[in-house]
Design a protein around this ligand. Structure first.
Ligand code: PMV
Length: 347
């Protein structure tokens, strides 16, 4: 089919890993399988306008972020297009104008790469579907995740939801190193609409990017054991999610978060992304859980912010605890309430 002009808009979310991805081989092949909750409120909305060019030469695009030209993000997107051009040859034929906005505030320390790159991938797949109307939704999602992965590994887990596994794993049928797949089993109701409140401890730029962090897993003294452990933890997590064993969920999720940071503490060069308030919050969460017979727990990404996870039935009490106590450890008392969601949405 011949298309001269087209424009597509997608909203895609961020995600939070329960079993973490940390360490990869080229190009973006994970060293272990990971699983995440897809988020709902933390998302990117991206529109791409495609205008057919006279001649198809180099890939050319304009980039706007919240309505303003954004030169500093261009090299990352250019590199992304380079990696995917063999899978999307049509990108040579169009001038692309990309317009993006995030639902979460600027430099909040929330990784926007997962939501940002999955949104671009979905827009490309919409064009591909126009060019080839026979594509099924399933194959569109699979390829979108495949493309998003080449931009940022964890972005492969932002197309579907509420639980996505990325990385080949014997217990997850259909799983692949090349794209994320929906968690194939039914989950216990306690994990439905699972809540995630993101405490913004530090909104600054991270001192060490996740690209550098992943690379430090090469020659890392504990790497092989860690990859093995993560794959075993994915087995455990799969069982926990199906059976609803929430106490085991709590200890596995917190252990995964601390292990991720332990890898950073023990790499060469070593680095620390947690801040004093990260630890203050963790201790407060432990105290609250003890005193209130609660099922809240924390997890961490590659940064100082804390994700507070808890079942929907504790929402009122936990939000009150966060608002009255934990928010004091956040920059400008800022936190974001989110919930597990269902992935990419066409706008
Ligand atoms: O997608 P990347 O390359 O930015 O890696 C992110 C890895 C963690 O967020 C730290 C863990 C994960 O599995 O999301």
């Amino acid at each position: 089919k011949h298309i001269n002009n087209a424009s597509f808009t997608w909203q895609t979310p961020s995600n939070i890993a329960l079993v973490k991805y940390w360490g990869k081989s080229n190009p973006q092949i994970p060293k272990n399988a990971s699983i995440s909750f897809t988020l709902n409120n933390c998302h990117t909305i991206t529109t791409i306008e495609f205008v057919k060019k006279e001649k198809s030469e180099e890939v050319s695009f304009n980039l706007f972020f919240e309505g303003k030209p954004k030169e500093e993000f261009k090299p990352k997107i250019a590199e992304f297009f380079k990696r995917i051009q063999e899978y999307c040859p049509y990108i040579f034929e169009y001038e692309m104008t990309i317009n993006s906005e995030n639902s979460f505030p600027h430099s909040s320390g929330i990784a926007s790469s997962a939501s940002g790159l999955s949104a671009i991938a979905m827009c490309l797949m919409s064009l591909e579907q126009e060019l080839n109307p026979d594509l099924s939704v399933e194959s569109i999602n699979k390829k979108a995740s495949f493309l998003a992965r080449l931009g940022s590994g964890s972005a492969s887990r932002s197309i579907e939801g509420p639980l996505v596994v990325w990385g080949e794993h014997p217990e997850i049928e259909g799983s692949s190193d090349l794209y994320g797949v929906q968690f194939p089993f039914s989950i216990n109701p306690i994990f439905e609409n699972y809540q995630d409140v993101i405490l913004l401890v530090d909104k600054g730029e991270k001192q060490v990017s996740s690209t550098v962090g992943h690379n430090l897993m090469h020659n890392h003294p504990y790497a092989e054991n860690r990859f093995k452990q993560a794959n075993e933890n994915l087995c455990k997590m799969s069982k926990i999610l199906q059976e609803g064993s929430i106490k085991e969920f709590i200890s596995l999720v917190e252990s995964e978060a601390l292990t991720l940071h332990a890898m950073m503490l023990t790499s060469n060069p070593y680095f620390i992304l947690m801040k004093p308030n990260t630890l203050e919050i963790i201790n407060k969460i432990w105290e609250y859980r003890e005193e209130n017979n609660s099922n809240i727990c924390f997890t961490l990404d590659a940064g100082a912010n804390v994700h507070v996870l808890f079942p929907e039935n504790e929402r009122e009490n936990v939000i009150q605890f966060i608002d009255s106590q934990l928010s004091n450890y956040c920059q400008k008392n800022h936190y974001i309430c989110d919930v597990a969601g269902f992935g990419a949405k066409k706008r």
